[in-house]
Design a protein around this ligand. Sequence first.
Ligand code: LLP
Length: 421
Amino acid sequence: MDHFTYIDGALHAEGVALSRIAEAVGTPTYVYSTATLVHHYRTFAEAFAGQDVTICFAVKANSNQAVLTTLARQGAGADVLSEGELRRALAAGIPGHKIVISGVGKTRAEIALALESGISQINVESVAEMELISEVATEKGASAPIAVRVNPDVDAKTHEKITTGRKENKFGIDLSLAPDVYARAAGMPGLHAVGVAVHIGSQLTDLMPFRDAFSLVAELVERLRSQGHDIRRLDLGGGLGIPYRAEDPPPPTAYAAMVKDTTGHLGVEVVLEPGRMIAGNAGILLTRVLYVKEGTAKNFVVVDAGMNDLMRPALYDAWHGIVPVAEPPAGAEMAAVDVVGPVCETADIFGHDRVLPMLKCDDLLAIRSAGAYGAVMASTYNSRPLVAEVLVRDDAFAVIRPRQSLAELLGADRIPDWLGT
Ligand code: LLP
């Protein structure tokens, strides 16, 4: 469910015509819908009514502070994985006690900032990291609340590049080693274990892998408790998929029922880290047609957005809906085209053989489902400035990140003395 719909033949974000945004802000531009963000957050939160849950939005999916503030106002916490994300979450008004930090490579500075911010949990990914957390906390005279992220060796049955819970993946500590790691944690100064964490992958469209992983983790909690560890929290990660095309992911209510089923008997607080489910379909990438190029094998529509702006199709062969901003009238002539960007890479393609109306230069297109892992993964490849981001609410819109200027982009380079004139 989203709020990008045609009104009187023109695609709108809520009450704002996308053509209006293109005129005012230019293209390419990410456009997010407040109503969609809020709807997804509430649907997810309401599914867990009656369960003791904290919803920590996965900031990696969309870290714009206006988006984070919108979700914070709904009561969201944050799952962060770097100093930058932690600072963004704090700046958006999310209190430390609603923030968890994950990630396989936390630095000393990140651990120190996490402790200073009073964050609720540091997810430990290795024994070496646990030793560093103990050292930093001891230096500060603090006690770090930790959860060991376990790797349950469950196949999430999603794209290979976004699977995280297999033995071969770099994430987490092998489930079988976990009791020993908790025993070691108990003997280290400056640490107290508050929970167990798991995250098996992203864009899951089937509950079974979640069920398998959560059941294994629930067994581990019982075992740890029998060994004297006071485990009160379970961080179950994110990963619930969204419909990009024809996928039919389980609704949040089914996911919530499964969480209750697998972990309800433990009486733990459950932390959830959804990212894509909240933000994915709350954003589009607005782009303009530069050229229509007729080839012998194919026709191409060259747009002004490139793989540097939205990397998912190039990186994961991800499918994103592409729709014209001007609604084609009934019976309009349609043709199959490849929608491609201007970057000098064959991978710079947003869609193969998309059936679209006959497009011409300056027509606008919306690349859908781009609210998660879109702007956050953008780069300046080909010296293309980072694009603007806009947030819509009802009939109003605001630029929440101005387009990077070429002066900013080029001015970031420094010429060493030996090349000076
Ligand atoms: N928690 C942890 C520890 C994670 O690593 C992730 C995502 C999440 C939560 C949020 O997962 P979500 O609910 O959004 O599925 N760039 C890829 C996705 C990478 C996901 C990384 N981790 C993409 O564009 O598909």
